[in-house]
Design a protein around this ligand. Structure first.
Ligand code: AMP
Length: 256
């Protein structure tokens, strides 16, 4: 596996690729959810590139950025062991030579749900993904349904800017107790970790949206939103400092 930490080296690597290139953008602290995207990319591409970059422009809270988990050594080992060809490890100066003066902004869906609670979040996401697309020039790029609103915004950006990239969406990978895997789960306290799977259980339960919200509040969640979008129920709710998101088919009883 090539470890690439400059744009010149990335461009050189890309020029030397023959056949198709699949890109899996991540912020590191990798888990089985990320690895499912890598597997999907490996299934159909001749070359698989994973990027690891904790993108500051998509964080609305300094403390969330400062405490974002970093498990780089373990991440690199995992990626090498599953046969990733290259891992791109940029830093802020490399990705933002303009200091974020230029941005990709979507003006409608990005203002709802997570966007309403995290101002500027999706400007940061779309901008960094556009930069990664322009640098890696993938044939296919892989995103998880875990971040359902993000996935839809990226698909929309690809259409709006006529990008010749196929966006492949991958299902949510869960812990055995139902909690959607997330790098932020590492930061839950033992007590919060026991409560956290209830988010999924309550989303899937046969109760009204207002009952679900009340149930979440009663067990200690601070609920940002519960909203239906395109036949999925999307939720964001925090336990202490840790904000969890999840989504399920809706109406959803007995299915995932
Ligand atoms: P992140 O590192 O959190 O930015 O996530 C990188 C990619 O992995 C995004 O496309 C996420 O949607 C995806 N992802 C994160 N967690 C999961 C999960 N539990 N199941 C499937 N995909 C996931």
């Amino acid at each position: 596996m090539q470890r690439i930490d400059s744009i010149d080296r990335l461009l050189n690597y890309r020029e030397g690729c023959s056949g198709s290139v699949g890109l899996v953008p991540t912020m590191g602290a990798l888990h089985a959810g990320h690895l499912s995207l890598v597997d999907a990319a490996k299934d159909v591409n001749d070359n698989v590139v994973v990027s690891i970059f904790v993108n500051p422009t998509q964080f609305d809270k300094d403390s969330d950025l400062a405490h974002y988990p970093n498990t780089l050594a373990a991440d690199l080992e995992q990626l090498a062991s599953v046969g990733v060809d290259a891992v791109f490890l940029p830093d802020f100066a490399m990705m933002y030579p303009d200091n974020f003066q230029y941005q990709v902004t979507e003006t409608s869906l990005s203002q709802l749900y997570c966007g309403a609670h995290r101002p500027g979040h999706f400007d940061g996401v779309l901008s960094v993904v556009m930069k990664l697309f322009n640098l890696v020039k993938p044939d296919q790029a892989y995103f998880g349904e875990k971040d359902y609103q993000q996935l839809n915004l990226i698909k929309g950006m690809v259409e709006a800017f006529f990008l010749d990239i196929q966006i492949v969406s991958c299902p949510i990978i869960r812990e055995t107790d139902g909690l959607a895997m997330s790098s932020r789960n590492l930061r839950l306290t033992a007590i919060e970790r026991k409560i956290a799977p209830q988010l999924y259980a309550i989303l899937m339960s046969d109760s009204s949206l207002s009952d679900k919200k009340q149930q979440l509040i009663s067990i200690g969640f601070d609920v940002d939103y519960l909203e239906v979008m395109d036949g999925r129920l999307l939720a964001a709710a925090s336990l202490g400092d840790i904000r969890l998101i999840d989504n399920v088919p809706y109406p959803s009883v007995g299915v995932n």
